[in-house]
Write a protein that binds this ligand. Structure first.
Ligand code: TEU
Length: 522
């Protein structure tokens, strides 16, 4: 059976502002990405997912789109995009774009029209509501980025809804014209040749029609993110959103070989519904954030892997991710030695792995001085440690000025240890994180049981995780020590294919922070 590329392959997420600058403005761009494709190819990955590259006032760094069918001038133009896509395809790689259908920028001509008067033909393309009977917002919905989800528009005397910043008004997917316009956006990029979309907050796109209050979270404290004051019961995961997801899938299927990845945060059972049914499929990969969201210990991970596997429909393919432009860096969270074990886990689980740029170098904690903070989530809700800048810092390429990222001042600071932690230095070091990532991706590609085989948990105890990957009459065992101590393990006679540590693995035990991939010999 020939499996589709998005099942056997590895996805690499590029945050365009921070990958490579080609014109010295301190902000990455498309020509810069093209210039670094040799590097991407050298990782052995199969597809690039690019965070948004469309025209944007950058209130949320591209997740506020003001033209869905263009390229942000800071990043290039459509000609530069076409050149990039040709170069990507020439290398046998795929390109996944980031579609942001839940909201546009408040500068999008659609919203400019919509807010111009209550009678404007585009009024209903966004979500407008009258004030509550006693005055104030229509209900208690909280924006993800602090404060009410509703913004008062004095000119037309109604509120508009924004699940994120007030500069990101939510689009009204109950309006058939808006829906058709966004489906045309998908076709525009598919026709240009893109291989898929990562769909931003897909689970948000439809809201309960009558806007009922969300249930209040009794456990909320002021130290928590303001959005968690209420559960998002009526503002997310509505049945109509699933129907739209199925329509999006039908569009993708019209083109063939294209993938849809949905950004969805839900417990397993509801998460799995985003696969749809065999007759009416929805997204190929509802993105699974559990390795990011859960405590790092073997018992916990063992449980969640099995629970997730069990929750998948028979036709549903798993996926895993350790980092993104929204999450703290994995090496900052669990330390560099354990981040090597995490890399082995990510690249040996059953399911499509997505890597976030820079994690392959083990970039850890980056301190952002207060005056250089740029993340709107941090700026508008300071002090809760939510700052996303720390994972968005520029790629360190070499030992030259600004780590080879830009000839100008980078828009965010670069990791302080860049003189030693950069692509060039790690590329020449057999013990580096980069070498480990390349070896892991290479092994996964070379051995089909590692990319397509079955998964069986063998042990999740004493902070040791052991599992088997089996397929086509072959099997491999992965043994991971998540602790800082030596652990005794029972493994069959085997050949060690890879360790996260240098030196010779000891029979019958895992060294502290050691992960092994082994091939049983008897
Ligand atoms: O993120 C959606 C999301 O749920 C975020 O609120 C996430 O939980 C938070 O950033 C974690 O700190 C997507 C994008 O990935 C994010 O960059 C955008 O800001 C957001 O949508 C709005 O488009």
């Amino acid at each position: 059976m020939i499996r589709p590329w998005w099942e056997t392959g590895v996805i690499y997420q590029i945050y365009p502002r921070s990958f490579q600058d080609s014109d010295g403005d301190g902000i990455g761009d498309l020509a810069g990405i093209e210039h670094r494709l040799d590097y991407v190819e050298s990782l052995g990955v199969d597809a690039i997912w690019l965070s948004p590259i469309f025209p944007s006032p950058m209130a949320d760094f591209g997740y506020d789109v003001s033209n869905y069918c263009g390229i942000e001038p800071m990043f290039g133009d459509l000609a530069a995009f076409d050149r990039l896509l040709v170069s990507i395809h020439a290398r046998g790689l795929k390109l996944i774009l980031d579609l942001v259908p839940n909201h546009s920028s408040d500068q999008h001509p659609w919203f400019v029209e919509s807010r111009s008067s209550r009678n404007n033909p585009k009024r209903d393309w966004y979500i407008w509501a009258d004030a509550a009977p006693g005055g104030g917002p229509p209900n208690n919905w909280e924006s993800d980025f602090a404060g009410s989800s509703w913004e008062w528009d004095a000119a037309t005397e109604q509120y508009y809804l924004h699940a994120f910043l007030r500069e990101q008004p939510d689009l009204n997917w109950r309006n058939s014209e808006l829906k058709a316009a966004m489906f045309d956006v998908m076709r525009f990029w598919f026709e240009r040749g893109v291989d898929g979309f990562r769909i931003d907050v897909l689970w948000h796109i439809v809201k309960a029609a009558a806007f009922p209050d969300n249930p209040v979270n009794p456990d909320w404290t002021p130290l928590m993110n303001a959005r968690d004051r209420v559960f998002q019961s009526y503002s997310t995961d509505q049945p109509e959103a699933h129907a739209i997801s199925a329509e999006m899938r039908a569009i993708a299927d019209d083109y063939g070989g294209r993938v849809l990845i949905g950004e969805i945060f839900l417990p397993n059972e509801r998460h799995a519904r985003w696969f749809g049914t065999p007759e009416q499929p929805q997204v190929h990969l509802p993105f699974n954030f559990q390795l990011i969201e859960n405590d790092w210990n073997a018992e916990r991970l063992g449980h969640l892997i099995v629970d997730y596997e069990t929750s998948l429909p028979s036709f549903g393919w798993p996926n895993w991710v350790l980092g993104s432009h929204d999450a703290p860096r994995i090496a900052a969270r669990i330390g560099e030695s354990q981040a090597r074990v995490a890399a082995m886990l990510l690249l040996t689980l059953r399911g499509t792995p997505a890597l976030f740029q820079g994690d392959e170098l083990g970039i850890g904690k980056v301190d952002i001085p207060a005056e250089r903070v740029r993340d709107p989530q941090e700026l508008r809700q300071p002090g809760r440690g939510l700052g996303r800048d720390r994972s968005r810092t520029p790629m360190p390429w070499d030992c030259s000025q600004n780590a080879g990222f830009s000839t100008g001042e980078p828009w965010l600071p670069i990791n302080a240890d860049w003189p030693t932690r950069n692509v060039e230095t790690q590329g020449a070091d057999d013990g580096s994180m980069l070498k480990l990532y390349r070896d892991l991706v290479g092994l996964r590609r070379a051995h089909s049981p590692l990319n397509a085989g079955d998964f069986a948990l063998i042990r999740a105890s004493e902070n040791v995780l052991i599992y088997e990957r089996r397929g086509g009459g072959k099997h491999f065992i992965v043994a991971l020590n998540l602790s800082e101590e030596v652990r005794r393990v029972t493994l069959p006679n085997c050949e060690v294919l890879l360790s996260t540590l240098s030196g010779v693995p000891e029979p019958g035990m895992l060294r502290p922070n050691e992960g092994l991939i082994v091939k049983p010999t008897s």
